[in-house]
Design a protein around this ligand. Structure first.
Ligand SMILES: [Cu+2]
Length: 117
């Protein structure tokens, strides 16, 4: 019993903190406050952001290297930040309901989703 409790604490300690996994890979990062998205440790946080139609989402690059937020091909709503240097932000207003996948043009592992209700 006591052993099980220590194992549980260990799992929570490793998986807890402010990391938002959302099924996407990459290092730990801290989710931005709604409705925004952080770019940190080569990932988008949160990986999936759910918003209402008409909401402006601002991405902030918290890394020391450049990233982009770029809508995937075939998206009904398109955006492309271009090169976001460290500390730079990019905003896009979502006026179309739907589920919009996006990525970073520089890092194939970086994916995110904006769900517009
Ligand atoms: Cu990137």
């Amino acid at each position: 019993m006591r052993l099980a409790r220590w194992i549980l604490i260990g799992v929570v300690g490793v998986g807890g903190a402010a990391c938002d996994n959302d099924g996407y890979g990459g290092g730990n990062c801290t989710s931005a406050s709604a409705p925004n998205v952080n770019i940190q440790n080569t990932r988008f946080c949160p990986g999936t952001r759910i918003i209402t139609t008409g909401t402006m989402v601002t991405w902030t690059n918290l890394d020391g290297t450049s990233h982009t937020t770029t809508s995937d091909g075939g998206s009904a709503d398109t955006w492309s930040s271009g090169n976001l240097v460290p500390s730079e932000t990019f905003s896009h207003q979502f006026n179309t309901p739907g589920t919009f996948a996006y990525h970073c043009s520089f890092h194939a592992s970086m994916h995110g989703t904006i769900v517009v209700n």
